[in-house]
Design a protein around this ligand. Structure first.
Ligand code: UDP
Length: 369
């Protein structure tokens, strides 16, 4: 028997309008998922901050935008940071709008990494699902995720097993990966290009290690991304010979993939437990091997010896040696891995399965309501 399409309310990040870039990797996830779910015939309503735009292919999505103050990001929060919700904040008004519309829908799917929607979930009869976009960043968020998992873990999904391992969960985590529109990334086969690095310019991304590896090889490093922490960027530049870093700014996807595709290798050197690693997969989609620390999402996404090389975390010398071996990687294998594991069709299929499984009545949980 074929399954009926779902009616889903999607709750965007309460940080910045969709399309502004301020939501980081979550914006790409949400865009790709909306396109994928729409292609699968589901009916979607998106609740997002004022100024948000619907991506191409999502014209049928019902967009509801709301004014309000941005939620502070948990990205750089201290372990003991409290929950802060600004006056007239987007988080509460977006959640209220989603709950208001939920009775006419099958489920609400939340993309924001924040406390209020997690805490609310067991107390409302509408099914609220959460795609968790970061690992463990602060105790209060860890508690909220773990306590929801104890109530009904089916309401949670993660991007990678490495990310999920940050949390104590009663059952194996539901891992959905991420999805990309492969039509936007062109496979390039030339192997004589420069070295590249892409990501937010911020300490948890470890640009200094990639710069040191390029300097040790006497090469330039092309760097793309949002300069989130200017003093950090200056310190990294001062730590290597002048001219090592070639700042290329923050580019839209079509330009980023064009430039990325010319690279011989992408270096990825996270200092934190990266939940996924969009730029890793974007590089692979262009046929670019990735040399990365075996940490977080990138450590799970890269097949060492097949799509790049994984080296022990924080070992700069191992990075340098692995960069010498990128010629052994067949760039077609990089692209094939993405085709098999991280297209938006694969991703949206996994997300649909997760929601359908979570909607099956569980007598032990309904009894707690
Ligand atoms: N990005 C971009 N232009 C750039 C550099 C990066 O659009 O010049 C995007 C990239 O496509 C990716 C996001 O920024 O989707 C970074 O996501 P990632 O998962 O790598 O890291 P996050 O910032 O979420 O920690």
């Amino acid at each position: 028997m074929s399954e009926l399409p779902l009616d889903l309310v999607l709750l965007s990040t309460p940080i910045g309008a969709l399309g502004s870039g301020r939501g980081g990797g979550v914006e790409l996830t949400l865009t790709s998922l909306m396109q994928g779910l729409a292609e699968r015939g589901h009916r979607l309503t998106l609740i997002a901050a004022d100024g948000s735009c619907l991506p191409a292919g999502c014209e049928a999505v019902d967009l509801v935008t709301l004014p309000g103050a941005d939620q502070p990001s948990w990205q750089h929060a201290a372990e003991d940071a409290p929950v802060v919700i600004p006056r007239s904040g987007l988080l509460a008004s977006m959640l209220a709008e989603a709950l208001k519309r939920a009775p006419a829908a099958d489920a609400v799917l939340n993309f924001g990494y924040d406390w209020l929607p997690l805490w609310t979930t067991p107390w409302v009869s509408v099914p609220l699902f959460h795609l968790i976009s970061m690992g463990d960043v602060a105790a209060v968020m860890r508690d909220a995720i773990e306590s929801l998992a104890r109530w009904d873990q089916r309401r949670l999904a993660f991007h990678t097993r490495r990310q999920a391992a940050d949390f104590q969960l009663p059952s194996p985590a539901r891992v959905v990966g991420n999805g990309f529109d492969l039509g936007r990334y062109e496979l390039r086969l030339a192997t004589d290009g420069p070295l590249g690095w892409a990501g937010r310019i911020a300490p948890e991304k470890g640009l200094e290690d990639a710069a040191a590896a390029a300097a040790a090889l006497g090469e330039r490093l092309l760097v793309w991304g949002l300069r989130e922490d200017p003093s950090y960027a200056e310190a990294v530049e001062a730590g290597v010979p002048a001219g090592t870093i070639d700042w290329r700014g923050f580019l839209p996807t079509h330009e980023l993939q064009r430039d990325l595709g010319r690279c011989r290798a992408l270096i990825n050197t996270p200092k934190w437990n990266e939940a996924y690693g969009n730029v890793v997969v974007e590089a692979l989609a262009c046929g670019v091997p990735v040399v990365a620390y075996d940490r977080g999402g990138p450590g799970e996404l890269i097949r060492s010896g097949e799509t790049g090389w994984l080296v022990p975390p924080d070992d700069r010398q191992a990075l340098v040696e692995a960069l010498d071996r990128v010629g052994q990687i067949d760039r077609r294998c990089c692209r094939s891995w993405v085709e098999d594991n991280a297209t938006r069709a694969v991703f949206s299929g996994r997300v649909e399965r997760w929601i359908r499984d979570g909607l099956v009545e569980d007598a032990s949980i309904s009894a707690q309501h």
